[in-house]
Ligand binder design. Sequence first.
Ligand SMILES: C[S@@+](CC[C@H](N)C(=O)[O-])C[C@H]1O[C@@H](n2cnc3c(N)ncnc32)[C@H](O)[C@@H]1O
Length: 277
Amino acid sequence: MYDILADFLARPLPFAVSTTETLWTDPHIAGEMLRFHLDGENDFASRRTSAIDAFVGWLDRRFPVAGAAVTDLGCGPGLYTSRYAKRGAQVTGLDFSANSLAHARKAAEAAGLSIDYRQADYLRDTLASGQDLVTMIYGDFCALAPDRRRLILDKVKAALKPNGVFVFDVFSTGMFMELREATTFESRLMNGFWAAGDYVGFKTTQLYPDEAIGLDRYLIATPDRTFQVYNWMQYYTPATVTKEVLAAGYSAVEIADFRTGGSWAGGATAFAVIARP
Ligand SMILES: C[S@@+](CC[C@H](N)C(=O)[O-])C[C@H]1O[C@@H](n2cnc3c(N)ncnc32)[C@H](O)[C@@H]1O
């Protein structure tokens, strides 16, 4: 017990441990995630409906998707892919969550939309080539370790047509400034999100100000098992993300505010990155 709790409160090296798959593929947690994805009123797993509509509207004005080959990385239950397809794109949605994809496929069928959903790991599996547009949305880029972000940048560059674009959003250092370190524990932490029956959940938030990295770490103890989840997040300025993308061999990077459609004015909001190979 002492060893587990002492380790839980220790400060790991940034991105030293990855538990992404637990978060998205554990059957109970994946079910809870899907419930949050589909609740258009909160921003927990996906943005709320109005924000998704605004993002897709902005994207389509900047890069008209009708007739374009579009891949969405980490498409989840298809909230973006379905909107791209309704606007006439040829869409591939890639995700490793069977649960989310089952919902996405059913929703596409019900809406009469033809979308190529693939259950795959975008870090390991090959991406469809000849893409006009690749998207990766809701800070998913920020959740990856630096070597994995580089891998994604390389893979997307190879998947894009020469005049294609990679559009993703990142969380800003203004958002990082609003975070505070804290530790808490509670019976059924987050109202049963982490397991179906009884459990005690611990959460600690650790911040790495020099690197603008945040960690939300969870320790979940049920009567049968104990597991941990590490949610890492890299926060960016326009300059830091531009430097990282250019270092991967992209030719140009543009920063945009997908909420206003104009240039990003700073502050505690996410912003869009438009990267050209
Ligand atoms: C925060 S959710 C965002 C989903 C969607 N982009 C949205 O905003 O509604 C992250 C999604 O990425 C998926 N994901 C995370 N890592 C992945 C990987 N390595 N390969 C494929 N999918 C991944 C998860 O299953 C989850 O559906």
